[in-house]
Design a protein around this ligand. Structure first.
Ligand code: UDP
Ligand code: MG
Length: 314
């Protein structure tokens, strides 16, 4: 009987220090799981260090190693998508190269799929030990917010580390949107998913590629991709303000007619104009953000561009 295959996708951006350690660990696990065969797909996401050469060296000594090298840095989302398209396994896992997603967990994940009948096993690490206070507060607030304004559930602390059956992978590949927010897409496709909680260890070497600003933009991406509530809120606020202004007009007219009160008070008028101007710009901004996503989506630019793969090498 043909052995089942697990594809491991590893997006790599400047991971020269972590990669050899990761490779050693994952091959150790592959040794232990004799009943399955493996392929390791490394995505070199425009690294500026020696990452690509390290991957090529691994390929030379191990033909389970495959790789895609991008023409520039496209971001982890592009890397994951390319990996999913490229993978040939019956099961596919996405893992970070920095050992924050421990390779040893693959065994338990595979067992859950095979024995407990899940379609997908995903990991979450809600504690965020390595986050600073501000990042922790923002993260907590974000999960609360998205839970309220989106119909696609988001598990707090969800990582991209997961093992999926082929049918789940195919469903994800079928969503070819340009503005990708994978954690949301994974949740959107559904399927029977088991969540395992663990405490993500610190990165083994190198630095995190996500600073506060990048994460903020990523969080915004999640909201824009999976909720249209901000648009609804701006419409509702607009209606409420119209009603208020209507009442105020009535009050002023009646006051003038009944009490003969001359209409005065330009400071309050100035404040109102500034307030309304600000509010309008704010809501235009929200609309603009959705429009900009639409604009990028309509252009249908590729999610990644390949410079070389193991096939072009040989
Ligand atoms: N990564 C990538 N492209 C990028 C940024 C990151 O492929 O533009 C990869 C990176 O090499 C790592 C994974 O995505 O394997 C997670 O990145 P990182 O550890 O920096 O993120 P964190 O764990 O701090 O959220
Ligand atoms: Mg990391």
């Amino acid at each position: 009987m043909k052995k089942e295959k697990i594809s491991i996708i590893v997006p790599c951006y400047n991971e020269e220090e972590s990669l050899p350690i990761f490779y050693k660990e994952i091959t150790k696990i592959a040794e232990e799981m004799k009943k399955v065969q493996f392929e390791f797909i490394f995505i070199n996401d425009g690294s500026k260090d020696n990452t690509l050469n390290i991957i090529k060296d691994l390929r030379k000594k191990d033909d389970r190693v495959r790789f895609i090298s991008f023409s520039r840095n496209f971001g982890k989302e592009g890397g994951m998508y390319a990996g999913l398209e490229y993978a040939t396994g019956d099961f596919v896992a996405i893992m970070d190269a920095d050992m924050q997603d421990p390779p040893s967990m693959i065994k338990e994940m595979y067992r859950s799929i095979k024995e407990e009948g899940y379609d997908c096993v995903a990991l979450c690490s809600p504690k965020h030990k390595d986050y600073g206070l501000i990042r922790k507060i923002f993260t907590k607030f974000w999960y609360k917010l998205i839970g309220k304004i989106s119909s696609t559930p988001q598990v707090p602390g969800a990582r991209e580390f997961r093992l999926m059956k082929r049918k789940v992978v195919d469903a994800i590949i079928n969503m070819k949107e340009y503005n990708r927010y994978s954690k949301g897409l994974f949740s959107f496709v559904g399927f029977n998913t088991k969540w395992i909680q663990y405490e993500a260890p610190e990165r083994i070497a190198g630095k995190s590629k996500f600073n506060f600003w990048k994460l903020f933009r990523y969080a915004l991406e999640g909201i824009l991709a999976f909720s249209t509530t901000p648009l609804v809120i701006s419409a509702i606020v607009g209606i409420i303000l119209c009603l208020i202004s209507f009442i105020v007009i009535l009050v002023i007219v009646i006051k003038t007619l009944v009490f003969g009160d001359p209409v005065s008070g330009w400071p309050s008028l100035a404040c109102l104009i500034i307030f309304m101007g600000g509010l309008q710009l704010f809501f235009f901004g929200i609309m603009g953000m959705y429009m900009s996503k639409l604009y990028l989506e309509v252009k249908k630019r590729p999610i990644y561009i390949v410079s070389e793969t193991e096939k072009t090498e040989e």
